[in-house]
Design a protein around this ligand. Structure first.
Ligand code: SF4
Length: 84
């Protein structure tokens, strides 16, 4: 059984998820993320998408968001310390 057998994006236009979709703006990216949000294949898709580094929306994240995960905590701004 393939990771993609139960994917929520099966039958949905690939245009929603491709690099062109990211260029299409927030509405398109939001629509793609909504599909991913109800996808049972998301954990496996995320693991693949982080390693593949393909453009577009995969596993509910755009390429920039996945790259932040790939780079780890250094990709996030340092939080100020709470006063003691
Ligand atoms: S998480 Fe999104 S891109 Fe990945 S298989 Fe599911 S619907 Fe498709």
């Amino acid at each position: 059984m393939s990771l993609w057998n139960d994917a929520a994006c099966v039958g949905v236009s690939a245009d929603l998820f491709t690099a062109a979709a990211e260029a299409g703006g927030r509405h398109t990216v939001t629509a793609a993320k909504a599909v991913c949000g109800r996808c049972p294949a998301r954990p496996g898709c995320l693991a693949w998408a982080i390693s593949a580094d393909e453009p577009g929306v995969w596993a509910g994240l755009d390429q920039q968001e996945r790259r932040r995960i790939r780079r780890g905590p250094r990709a996030y701004p340092r939080q100020p310390r709470a006063p003691l």
